[in-house]
Design a binder for this molecule. Sequence first.
Ligand SMILES: [Zn+2]
Length: 147
Amino acid sequence: MSFTSDIKMELCKLENKKLCCMKAECYGIWLFSKCFSLKASAFVTENGLVARKMAELSAAAAGAQPETSFVMSRRKKPAYRVTLPEEESRRGLLSAFGHTGEETSLRVHWENLKGPCCVQAFLRGSFLACGTVTDPQKEYHLEFSVP
Ligand SMILES: [Zn+2]
């Protein structure tokens, strides 16, 4: 287990106390996932808790029904693929965050973040989607690999 996956597992255990934060975390995960558009929405992770968190947040925050399947990651490791197979589901999730899904690139819609609580939740979601961090006992490094 890497330090990053330990941190992600810890973050997945945090409960959002407010709906605004639940939506913000969901937004962070999807916005920084592999693809988030009307044509296709998918996210691949080797971490089962992250996959489950994403599915739960999508359902709770926007009523979307994601599907989870088993795949091989780019690093040839067993992974989970979370997708929104129904166009209606993709449209619903995108419009819940003020996007049409037809934009050439997605920019953060700040109005989805109601306050500091939501900014934290959004960063948590973003980190779950594309973040890595090294053990601060060894060195300091935090990275977001944005698709
Ligand atoms: Zn909030």
